[in-house]
Design a protein around this ligand. Structure first.
Ligand code: GAL
Length: 400
């Protein structure tokens, strides 16, 4: 009797201890590179090693990009014990070799699987093999797992992803868990305790309409994001050729305003000067990586013209003026008003003691244009700003 009670208690402790994610990870949105947007199924050891080299040589690593993630198609089958098998032709030395190489560059290694029976490209999925796969990934040295939702039939999303979360936690290697169920089951409502990021929409395409359409769907999701749990509007297309430089600047600016994961998806070995100026703009990246971890909200919505505001640590803020239209626009911007919104001093660390709230004004800030890399001087506090079609102006209000 006593023994069985002890056993039950032990069982309870075991299960409740493993029902959690690794919660010290992704305190700021993960940054890295993923193979899918450019290479689709054309992945190989050679490609991944080259990208790891290029991540370092191009300055991407220096700018904060960290994870090298192989998406779908690295896996071909399972052996008689159910062990996942990497494509022996494309990955002749196996996945641990690739992970070791990535680690040797001071980078982290990510891999892809799917909660369903098969991945989206019909490779073996994780269903029924969660604990086994989690142990395998830990053995490879995986640091990041993207987990897709194809062929999941009638599976329940929350419990399927929670199962993989528990499997990863039990395997014991801290792994960022990236949930990819395309927003189908409103993951923002339940995934905070399951994963570190969750896709909010279907796949991005390398064109303006797709990108801006995804951005439009993020409007009501700000309150769900924070350190360790991020909305993921999908990976970056910057540098893949389907948008103009101006549009890519807008794409990157908006993703940083959203505190989105920054997963580059281009060929890192052959980046044009323009692509580099965008992906390596440290002042813009700093908005994304700000430790307060707040996603921007839409402060003014005039249809094609919007103003987005992202609160930053130390009571600073980023303001993004967005022109979605095909025409250039001249807009009257009241910087004094922008300085005041949401500008309440909340004590060190933004603790929020109502009694100590002191409104800040434009006199408390320097305003910096983050694409021009210049502080702006205002003759009047309200000025007309020219916005090219499909473009942004991005400002940081820096405390004096
Ligand atoms: C999709 C996913 C993409 C990519 C692709 C691979 O479901 O959203 O980002 O991973 O599967 O097949």
């Amino acid at each position: 009797m006593k023994k069985s009670l002890l056993f039950l208690i032990a069982l309870f402790v075991f299960f409740s201890a493993s029902s959690q994610k690794f919660d010290q990870l992704a305190k700021t949105p993960p940054m890295g590179w993923n193979s899918w947007n450019k290479y689709h199924c054309d992945v190989s050891e050679e490609l991944i090693l080259k990208m790891a080299d290029a991540m370092e040589a191009s300055g991407m690593k220096d700018a904060g990009y960290e994870y090298i993630v192989i998406d779908d198609c690295w896996q071909v089958s399972r052996d008689e014990n159910g062990e996942i098998i990497a494509d022996p032709e494309r990955f002749p030395h196996g996945m641990k070799y690739v992970a070791d190489y990535v680690h040797s560059k001071g980078l982290k290694f990510g891999i892809y699987s799917c909660a369903g029976k098969l991945t989206c490209q019909k490779r073996p999925g994780g269903l029924g093999h969660e604990y086994q796969d989690a142990r395998t990934y830990a053995r490879y040295g995986v640091d990041y797992l993207k987990y897709d939702w194809c062929n999941s039939s009638t599976q329940d999303a929350k419990s399927s992803y929670a199962n993989m979360r528990d499997a990863l936690f039990t395997a014991g290697r801290p792994i960022v868990f990236s949930i990819c169920e395309w927003g189908s089951n409103k993951p923002w409502e339940w995934a905070g305790e399951v994963g570190h990021l969750w896709r909010t929409t279907g796949d991005i395409g390398d064109n303006w309409n797709s990108m801006i359409n995804i951005f439009n769907q993020q409007k009501d999701l700000s309150r769900y994001a924070g350190p360790g749990h991020w909305n993921d509007p999908d990976m970056l297309e910057v540098g893949n050729g389907g948008m103009t430089t101006e549009e890519y600047k807008t794409h990157f600016s908006l993703w940083c305003m959203l505190a989105a994961p920054l997963m580059a998806g281009n060929d890192l070995q052959n980046m044009s000067a323009e692509t580099k100026t965008i992906l390596l703009n440290k002042e813009v990246i700093a908005l994304d990586q700000d430790t307060l971890g707040r996603q921007a909200t839409c402060y003014r919505d005039n249809g094609d013209y919007q103003i987005w505001v992202k609160p930053l640590a130390n009571n600073e803020k980023a303001v993004c003026l967005l022109n979605k239209s095909d025409e250039k626009k001249s807009v009257l911007v009241d910087f004094a008003l922008l300085a005041q919104i949401r500008s309440f001093f909340r004590g060190a660390g933004g603790g929020g003691r109502p009694g100590s709230m002191t409104p800040l004004t434009i006199d408390n800030y320097r305003i910096r244009d983050l694409w021009e890399h210049k502080n702006i001087t205002l003759k009047e506090t309200s000025v007309y700003i020219e916005l090219a079609p499909h473009s942004v102006k991005l400002y940081r209000f820096i405390r004096k």
